[in-house]
Design a protein around this ligand. Structure first.
Ligand code: HMG
Ligand code: MG
Length: 315
């Protein structure tokens, strides 16, 4: 539980522009990503994970990270962050003017190999120069632990294995750890069992929870984390998302659902739900259930699509 005297301010981290759009099969034009982030900035969201400075060979969907950062209008009360896997990534992120970076590893060796092509130990060797470069410019660092409960390849991950990775992340200097249910298989019991073991060692205000919603348990898992004093929750507008290297993973828990559930639970959340769903609707033309539809000919999205103009019209 939290120590007395802490100010517990709820923080929703909107990961749709990164976790959501990294998994889209149809191209989403840079202009649409920028419009999405700008609309999110106006919705009262405190932190937005805008993109990822990863290898474009691995995640081509986010190969325009620099241009997205260049194009967005910065709201001074919003933190604009990005995912970074290595030293090259942090250099790109700093040049793009991010407010925060997120490094990422997992509690499963197999997932790490598939996602970042190295072992757990290998990921920490890569992180050393990353956190040093971030510290040199006072950039806050988040650390993700994927497969914190279940792995698509290794099955159930024992809590001590996850806690070991969380402790290593804190030891190298991350400010907060985002505990991630990558394939959305955790139950509230799994969540409570991990947090029960974790909290004697780590304060609740350094923990974020990142739930995918494959089995519809995302909101239940958020609510299961609340009594422990955890106040940072990742979510994506409209439930966009998934990890291309975690087969079966679907989107993050929807930000709209999390905000509503927190409000229903009596928590103060400063997100305007109408503006939030308006932001998500900006992507309707590109991100659809069958994931194949293209912008309608002559629609606003079609007319403002830079990708289409540069690469040849899809219509
Ligand atoms: P690698 O192939 O082992 O490394 O990838 P490499 O150093 O040989 O690089 C391969 C190519 O990428 C080279 O280019 C590098 O220059 C380039 P080439 O010579 O072949 O033309 N490269 C880069 N380019 C731009 N920016 C960089 C960069 N680094 C290398 N930063 C690597 C290792 C880590 C780079 C790769 O595996 C990678 O980028 N993986 C990212 C995978 C990813 O983004 N997955 C999804 C995000 S994680 C997630 O969704 C989970 C999360 O949501 C929490 C949860 O739900 O669990 C966070
Ligand atoms: Mg994720």
């Amino acid at each position: 539980m939290t120590a007395p005297g802490w100010i517990e301010i709820m923080r929703i981290v909107e990961v749709g522009p990164r976790d959501g759009l990294q998994n889209e099969t149809a191209p989403v034009p840079t202009a649409a990503k920028i419009a999405f982030v700008d609309a999110l900035s106006d919705s009262g969201i405190e932190e937005i994970e805008v993109s990822a400075f990863v290898s474009p060979r691995w995640i081509p969907q986010l190969d325009d990270a620099e241009n997205v950062f260049r194009g967005i209008e910065r709201n001074p009360s919003v933190i604009y962050s990005a995912l970074v896997p290595n030293e090259r990534g942090v250099e790109r992120a700093i040049s793009a003017g991010v407010n925060k970076i997120a490094i990422f590893t997992g509690a499963s060796e197999t997932f790490n190999k598939k996602n970042i092509n190295t072992s757990i130990d290998g990921s920490f060797r890569r992180f050393q120069p990353v956190v040093q470069k971030a510290a040199a410019v006072d950039l806050p660092v988040r650390g993700y632990v994927s497969a914190a409960f279940w792995c698509a390849f290794e099955g159930k991950i024992p809590p001590p294995a996850t806690i070991d990775v969380i402790e290593k992340l804190l030891d190298i200097g991350v400010n907060e750890v985002s505990i991630s249910d990558t394939i959305g298989k955790a139950t509230p019991d799994d969540v409570q069992s991990l947090i029960d073991r974790l909290l004697p060692k780590i304060p609740a205000n350094r923990i974020a929870m990142h739930f995918h919603d494959t089995y519809g348990r995302g909101v239940d898992n958020v609510l299961a984390s609340l009594p422990y004093g955890i106040r940072i929750f990742d979510a994506s507008a409209g439930g966009l998302g998934g990890c291309p290297y975690a087969p079966g993973a679907t989107g993050n828990v929807a930000t709209e659902d999390v905000v509503q559930a927190l409000k229903d639970a009596g928590e103060s959340v400063s997100v305007d739900l109408q503006k939030l769903s308006g932001a998500r609707r900006l992507l309707d033309t590109y991100v659809v259930d069958d994931r194949r539809r293209q912008p309608e000919a002559g629609s606003l999205a079609c007319e403002s699509c830079e990708f289409v103009r540069e690469e040849g019209c899809c219509q």
